[in-house]
Every structure is written in structure tokens, then in C-alpha cells.
Design a binder for this molecule. Sequence first.
Ligand SMILES: NC(=O)c1ccc[n+]([C@@H]2O[C@H](COP(=O)([O-])OP(=O)(O)OC[C@H]3O[C@@H](n4cnc5c(N)ncnc54)[C@H](OP(=O)(O)O)[C@@H]3O)[C@@H](O)[C@H]2O)c1
Length: 293
Amino acid sequence: MRRHPVLVVTGARGQLGRCFEVLSRNYPEWTFIMAGSSELDITQRCALRHFLEKNRPDWCINCAAYTAVDRAESEPLQAWRVNALGPRYLAEICAQVGCALIHFSTDYVYHGRHYLPLREDASPRPRSVYARTKLAGDRAVLRLHPKAGMVIRTSWLYSPYGQNFAHTITRLGQQRSELRVVFDQIGTPTYAPHLAQAVLHVIEYVQQQANPTVVSGVWHYSNEGVCSWYDFAQAIADLKQLPCRIIPIRTEEYPTAAIRPPYSVLDKTKIKTAFGIEILHWRRGLELWVAQG
Ligand SMILES: NC(=O)c1ccc[n+]([C@@H]2O[C@H](COP(=O)([O-])OP(=O)(O)OC[C@H]3O[C@@H](n4cnc5c(N)ncnc54)[C@H](OP(=O)(O)O)[C@@H]3O)[C@@H](O)[C@H]2O)c1
């Protein structure tokens, strides 16, 4: 393993990918190769192999995904290609070229009836096309890259970039006098720059140990704390001083194409303990998001 690693980031123009691009400036000795979908399509096996054999990265960070949760119900093939097939190709080729793979997944793979934070050994029970395709991708990474395939399940991701819940509430909250938001789906928002920073911390830790096998397996990461989508929307409205009332409603009052879990709070003890990561409360992440403009 090289002292100064070479990293490939796939799906680099998405919200998480862009967070890595911004943070890469803090790691001037590391080489970041940022690959958006037009430079590297993870569903094209030959192109992927050529790209990874040519660049010989130490780490591949896969931010590419099909993330339109409701649209996936009517586009299952497209979702499966990006969320299941792409990660399978990545895992297979990364294992062959000796590159550790960090892959992201979702709290939506769980659908428990228990109201205790979910550990990594909880049984997945995906209830939507998006969740099923993501779980298939996770399993491919774990099976085909057992030595250094890291699957990080995260929840309710938002950032200064792209489409996300925080942007939607801000936009609608400026246009409407009332917004109805579900209060019976409980989880934790994750500020994407915090997740990206935690991943770079893991890589730094592993580079010092020179032992990438420690990353293999499933890991959970979100900000700390618990809330409903209603609480999250209310916090956004408060901080952004939106001239709009946020009204709590039940899931059945807001039907969507995809079923979402009623409770998906992630227990982060494993990643915090293994890599000495400190995680901030979701409200702190939201304040930083607001401060970014
Ligand atoms: N967003 C959330 O709330 C959330 C919650 C939990 C977990 N996650 C997981 O976190 C990860 C990052 O999500 P995100 O919110 O950053 O997603 P995002 O903003 O939707 O970005 C995904 C990126 O993947 C790219 N992409 C799509 N198909 C591709 C392909 N075949 N080859 C290469 N790139 C491709 C897209 O490019 P184009 O736009 O050019 O198609 C887009 O830039 C994903 O694994 C997601 O499942 C997200």
C-alpha cells in the first residue's frame, strides 16, 4: 500500500461525490480521480476494468447510485443496473486489481418493527425496489470483495449540492403557507460532508495501519440524534426562517410509490469504536448546511 494513496471516486457529480471533491483540497498529497457518470459508467464492465487497470487506485469510493426512490418502482431495471450490477462489477474488478472498495448503502434496506437503533447485524427486510436493489449491491460487494469491501449504510442524506429534502423544504416553504410532512417515519438526517469526512478519516487510519482488511463488512453512519421528517422540516423552517407552517401528518395521508421504513435509526457504535470517529448531532449538521447558504 502506497503512503500517499490514489483514490477513484465514482458518481463524482452526485451530492456525496461533490463533498469528496471539496474535501480533497485538504489532502494535497493524495491523488483523487473524480469520475462522473459521463467519464465512468459503473454498469460498463469493460470500461470499468480498463479504467481501474489504467489508474491502479488504492481506494475506490463508489458514490454512483440510482437514488430516485419512488421512480425506481416503475424503473426497476435501471435501478437494478446501477445499484446491483454496477457494485458487483466494481467489487469483482477492485478485488482483482487489489483496490479497497468503499460502497454506500441505505437505511431503507431495513424495515423492522422494533424501536431500537439498528446495528449492522440486524436482518435486512427491503420493502421497495430501491431498497432491494441496494441490498443486492451490498451483498455483491461483501461476497466478491471479502478482503476489503466496505459497505456503509447511511440515512437521509443531504448536502449543499443537488436535490435533497432540505432544499425541497426550503423551496416549497418559500412558495406555500403550509407544508404537510410525515411525523411517523423516524430516522436521522446525515449531512453528506460529515459522511465524506468520516470516510477520509477511515482511509487515513487504514493507510497508517497499512492493513485495508479492517474495513471489510457492513458499517453504519449517520449524524447523531433521532427525529421524524416533520421534526427535520420544522428545524429547516426555523433556521431558514421560512414563512410557512409545518403540519405533521401520518404516512397514510401522503401516499408514495415506494414504501419507506417507519423506523430506521442507525447505531453507529461500530464505526465510532473501530476508527475513533466523533459524530456530530444532526442539528449541528443542519446549522452548517444553513451557513453554507
Ligand atoms: N440521498 C439519500 O437520501 C441517501 C440516503 C441513504 C443512502 N444513500 C446512498 O448514498 C449514496 C450517495 O447518494 P447521493 O445522494 O450522493 O446520490 P446522488 O446525488 O443521486 O448521486 C448519484 C450519482 O450517481 C451517478 N450515476 C448514476 N448512474 C451511474 C452509472 N451507471 N455510473 C456512474 N455514475 C452513475 C449520478 O450521475 P448522473 O446524475 O449523471 O446520472 C449521480 O451523480 C448512494 O449509494 C445512495 O444510495 C443516499
